[in-house]
Design a protein around this ligand. Structure first.
Ligand code: MSP
Length: 501
């Protein structure tokens, strides 16, 4: 089985923030899960570097656009690696291998008669790089919904157009044949009703934007930045690994993104592909938007959470865990430093960290650090976790895992191993063995289950119960820990930190 998954490629006109981290972590969890199930995975992320916005940002920074892109793209790449993202390729739309293929693609559409020349007049938000209908803007004044300080401006130019309208019947067929084409369901309905409500053709070139890929047959025009950007999902497979892996990984299994770019991914992208004769993606998952303290994160409000700062203070695992635990997957949610510290202390340090350290400490103290004979007494959750992950329910899967963490902690309190160790009752030694086996095996299972979410801690956990590297899914069932395995007590996995943040 092969599984290909993508994040949006992020604009380099500003620094990476927590919202970008969110999508990357989510896609990474799914990529890691599929790999541990033995599937062949291609996980793609990267940066979107052309267009007027980026050119303006470069100008404001007093830098040539490419140099500016190199700088900001490197920050996104640094964030991905600081977050322990396991992407297979980090694409940049300024890669010459990408640019060349974008040109080939639009040439192919033109040769197939899928592009026509026309004049376009419309209200254009230069921050979104998107033309809007009046009804989509805030009135009076044509203010952009996504950039409320910016008025969309009337722009008229001669462009090359893609006849999106004519693809509506095929798009509806695609949606009707696959009710899970877009998840969650509300987003599917949203996209489908946009199609059913009537589509406008899309201008595929820009006469006014110079920072972009030139149209092959009319190099004074550049290819619309969204066409260039969407094509990354295809071109990356052709050159990213140094060989063409489209035969294995096309069509893309899952595109993950936030709701702001659903129309482009759910409508324009599949239509473009069908027009070129390529298979459309298998599915999209659309997650929600973050706010902080109930308000949109913004520099002026001072509520921006810098993902690098979180990682420096609490580690990548804490960031990953928090994002997928705090915000109900698929919905909007609020993220704050207080919330982050609360989850870190309460769930990572206390619930999980203490469970691991007291389990290994007790085995050290009562059984010389060797796992005794026994059977795991707790209810397994791995099947529920697998179901949730198959349904792309990332918060749900984590909650299932946490029921096991909590059950294990309750089990310690109920069994009171320290009392069993002191007891003169002849049955106590056997009960203590059973208790310690259950805890050690559960800690091991948690290491396996948590691997996609908190890979560093999971590795430490597995090592502490003598099962290092054993993250594959066939190790997720209870009872896999062999009696006689040597355990060690790790240094605190989630050490206390000063909370003045
Ligand atoms: N460059 C385009 C995407 C092209 S994909 C072919 C773009 N870039 S972006 O930098 O604006 O990134 C948008 C994506 O970043 C969102 O779809 C989402 O995945 C993520 N997020 C950015 N801000 C976010 C929040 N505040 N909350 C959640 N996710 C956010 O659009």
């Amino acid at each position: 089985m092969a599984f290909s998954i993508t994040t949006p490629i992020y604009y380099v006109n500003s620094d990476p923030h927590l919202g970008h981290a969110y999508t990357t972590v989510a896609a990474d969890v799914l990529a890691r899960h599929r790999r541990r199930c033995g599937e062949e995975v291609f996980f793609l992320t990267g940066t979107d570097e052309h267009g007027g916005n980026v050119a303006r940002a470069a100008e404001a920074a007093g830098m040539p656009p490419k140099e500016f892109c190199d700088m900001v793209s490197a920050r996104f790449r640094a964030l991905a690696s600081a977050m322990e993202s396991s992407h297979d390729f980090f694409i940049r739309t300024t890669d010459p291998e990408h640019e060349r293929r974008v040109q080939d693609f639009v040439q192919l559409l033109k040769d197939k008669g899928e592009l026509y020349e026309g004049t376009y007049g419309g209200l254009y938000c230069s921050s979104c790089e998107v033309f809007y209908d009046e009804s989509e803007l805030i009135q009076p004044g044509n203010y952009c919904r996504l950039h409320p300080n910016r008025q969309a401006e009337w722009v008229e130019e001669r462009n090359w157009f893609f006849p999106l309208k004519t693809w509506a019947p095929k798009l509806l067929e695609l949606y009707d044949a696959n009710p899970e084409f877009v998840r969650p369901r509300a987003r599917y309905n949203e996209a489908r009703s946009l199609i059913a409500g009537g589509l406008e053709d899309v201008s595929f070139s820009r006469a006014t934007v110079t920072w972009g890929v030139p149209l092959p047959w009319e190099p004074e025009q550049t290819i619309y930045v969204w066409v260039d950007a969407l094509l990354n999902y295809r071109t990356a497979l052709e050159y990213g690994l140094g060989r063409d892996v489209t035969a294995t990984f096309w069509p893309t299994s899952l595109h993950v993104m936030a709701k702001d770019i659903l129309r482009l991914h759910g409508i324009v992208w599949p239509a473009m592909l069908m027009a070129a004769g390529y298979d459309p993606p298998q599915g999209l998952y659309v997650h929600g938007y973050f706010t902080s303290g109930g308000q949109k994160m913004s520099k002026t409000l001072g509520n921006v959470i810098d993902p690098f700062e979180v990682i420096d203070l609490l580690g990548a695992d804490a960031l990953r865990f928090y994002l997928l635990r705090e915000v109900q997957w698929g919905q909007d949610g609020d993220v704050t430093w207080e919330g982050l510290h609360r989850r870190y202390e309460g769930e990572l340090a206390n619930d999980l960290g203490n469970l691991v350290s007291r389990t290994t400490a007790m085995i050290g103290r009562y059984r010389d650090g060797v796992v005794p004979e026994g059977t795991n007494q707790l209810e397994p959750v791995h099947e529920q976790v697998a179901d949730r992950l198959a349904a792309v329910d990332l918060t749900g899967a984590l909650e299932e895992i946490w029921t096991l963490v909590r059950a294990a902690n309750r089990f310690v309190e109920e069994r009171q191993p320290w009392a069993l160790a002191k007891s003169d009752d002849p049955a106590a030694a056997g009960q203590l063995d059973e208790t310690l086996y259950t805890l050690a095996d559960t800690v091991r299972v948690l290491g396996v289950l948590l691997h996609p979410y908190i890979p560093q801690a999971a590795a430490t956990i597995l090592e502490s119960v003598g099962d290092p590297g054993a993250v594959s899914w066939d190790r997720a069932a209870h009872g896999g820990l062999a009696a006689g395995t040597a355990t060690t007590q790790p240094a605190p996995i989630f050490p206390r930190v000063a909370t003045d943040g």
